[in-house]
Design a binder for this molecule. Structure first.
Ligand code: XMP
Length: 509
């Protein structure tokens, strides 16, 4: 049961999810909601505080997002950040002006007496990103900090429980940002730090049992973090009432199918591994267009899953490993970008179930991992890299063949092994080997070769919507290249992909 939360009201800024994450790091539940949310939602007792996020607009524009002024009568503490701070100033009788130049980047902040900034050094570095600035704070409020270029770094009105910062406390560059958010959430809003600390698992189990009772649940297990943790949690809650169907499409990483099978065959659930690799390969034969490949895989997956479902007789619920960012990406927040990725967990809802159960739909990825660890899942599953639903098919440019799958699996295995051995995991968010469709001439011993080129991809990213190539040492890459050409038959060249996203994407197809 979540009995306290901080609502992050989204005005379209790019760091909005990060605010919720920072608050959750304090073990306090936080949710991102659109600025069009009804006041009744915000009035509820479990809402202990509200954050207005940044956003790209100017408060003076007719079209810019605003909020019902009644919100100030709710008596809940409000923290406005950047645009949110300007909106507070504007709505409460202060004024906002346009600067000649934008202020962007790290700035020194001079701090005065303040409840929000209590414990923060008198001079501290903060991150600013704005053009408009607050030139007059509302009556009754006090100025609590400033920078050389910005007369209002922050202001507060304790009586009305209004707090505002022009800078972004949620980003890492604001050195004492977490302290400031803690002052708001723990001191000003008075939240207790009770979220997720093991109570999440107990509460969820209880909730699932009440919802499911003696009915049956089916889960499409992909072996990825989200569906694996969903399986482990459901198994604890309802044991054998859960059936997991694990469809091996033959496009998984090396040893992955065996690993997933060996972990889940020991769990208290019905585990049905289905090796459908022949069917997938057959349907992919001769297909080279990336979108067509994706569609074939998505459809085949549903066909196989449906067939298994038929065999099982009546099943009431479909379980899915949906997590919080998936919900945000499908239009919960206004700053969302919608992806149209195929996800093996993302089955259509109309395939004959009474209901849907998504026990992780309020958690961020790292929280899902934490729950997975607490449930005793092994690190190979819990700390797994993101892996696309269509699997290696979109890491093989052109037609998918058995030989190409073997090459990618082996090259990828070596790359991952060396990243781990060299302790480079922290320097890259996602890394893998892919196969270009290029063949070129090489020499091996006294012989000419005409073989494939493997592409190594390693990127750094927070949100996977933009990314840049990871900065891996050239000597390390040369070592991996040498291992791959020596150990993987059919490869005589290894290339490293330095392109950013955009204009490239992370996957090759
Ligand atoms: P792109 O290639 O679009 O990838 O830059 C962004 C992130 O999404 C993953 N990805 C997918 N995940 N189904 C998924 O579940 C898909 O069809 C899919 N395509 C890409 C990719 O691995 C990267 O993390």
């Amino acid at each position: 049961m979540i009995d306290e939360k901080i609502m992050v009201v989204d005005f379209g800024g790019q760091y909005n999810q990060l605010i919720a994450r920072r608050i959750r790091q304090m073990s306090v539940y936080s949710e991102v909601v659109p600025y069009t949310i009804s006041l009744d939602e915000l009035r509820k007792d479990d809402v202990k505080g509200i954050v207005f996020t940044g956003g790209p607009n100017s408060v003076y524009l007719e079209s810019s997002p605003k909020i019902d002024k009644e919100i100030f009568r709710l008596g809940k503490p409000i923290l406005g950040i950047c645009y949110g701070a300007q909106l507070l100033a504007y709505e409460l009788g202060g004024s906002v002006a346009k600067a000649q130049e934008s202020e962007y980047g790290n700035t020194r902040l001079f701090v005065e007496k303040s409840r929000l900034l209590r414990g923060v050094s008198p001079e501290t570095d903060v991150f600013m990103s704005h053009t408009d600035y607050i030139d007059r704070i509302p009556e009754g409020a006090v100025l609590t900090s400033y920078t050389k270029r910005c007369p209002t770094g922050s202001f507060e009105d304790e009586k009305r429980k209004i707090y505002a910062t022009q800078f972004h406390p949620e980003v890492e560059h604001t050195v004492e940002g977490q302290k400031i958010l803690e002052n708001f959430v723990l001191d000003i809003c008075g939240c207790h730090q009770s979220f997720l600390k093991s109570s999440f698992i107990q509460d969820k189990i209880q909730e699932i049992r009440e919802q499911i009772q003696d009915r049956k649940v089916l889960l499409a297990l992909s072996g990825g973090v989200d569906s694996s943790v969903t399986a482990a949690l459901l198994s604890k809650a309802i044991g054998k009432q859960l059936t997991c169907v694990f469809v091996n499409h033959g496009l998984l990483r090396k040893n992955e199918a065996e690993q997933v099978s060996s972990v889940f065959s020991h769990y208290d659930l019905n585990f049905i591994p289905v090796d459908a690799s022949e069917l997938f390969l057959e349907r992919l034969k001769g297909v080279t267009d990336p979108e067509t490949k994706r569609k074939i895989i998505g459809k085949t997956f549903i066909d196989v899953f449906k067939e298994e479902k038929e065999k099982l007789g009546t099943i009431d619920y479909l379980a899915q490993g949906t997590i919080y960012p998936d919900r945000i990406e499908s239009g919960l927040g206004i700053s969302a970008t919608i992806k149209s990725h195929h996800n093996v967990g993302g089955l259509p809802k109309d395939i004959g179930f009474q209901g849907l159960i998504e026990p992780l739909d309020h958690l961020f990825k790292d929280e899902v991992r934490e729950v997975g660890r607490e449930l005793g899942l092994p690190s190979e599953l819990v700390d797994r890299q993101p892996f696309p639903g269509p699997g290696l098919a979109i890491r093989i440019v052109g037609e998918v063949t058995r030989e190409k799958i073997r090459i990618v699996q082996d090259a990828d295995f070596i790359f991952r092994e060396e990243i781990r051995k060299h302790h480079l995991q922290d320097r890259t968010s996602q890394y893998f080997a892919a196969l270009s469709n290029m063949r070129s001439v090489g020499v091996m011993g006294d012989f000419r070769t005409y073989d494939y080129a493997v592409v190594l991809r390693a990127v750094e990213t927070d949100d996977f919507m933009t990314a840049k190539a990871s900065d891996l040492p050239p000597s390390f890459l040369a070592f991996v290249a040498s291992r791959i050409v020596n150990e993987v038959k059919g490869v005589n060249r290894v290339l490293f992909d330095y392109t950013s996203k955009p204009p490239s994407t992370i996957e090759l197809e």
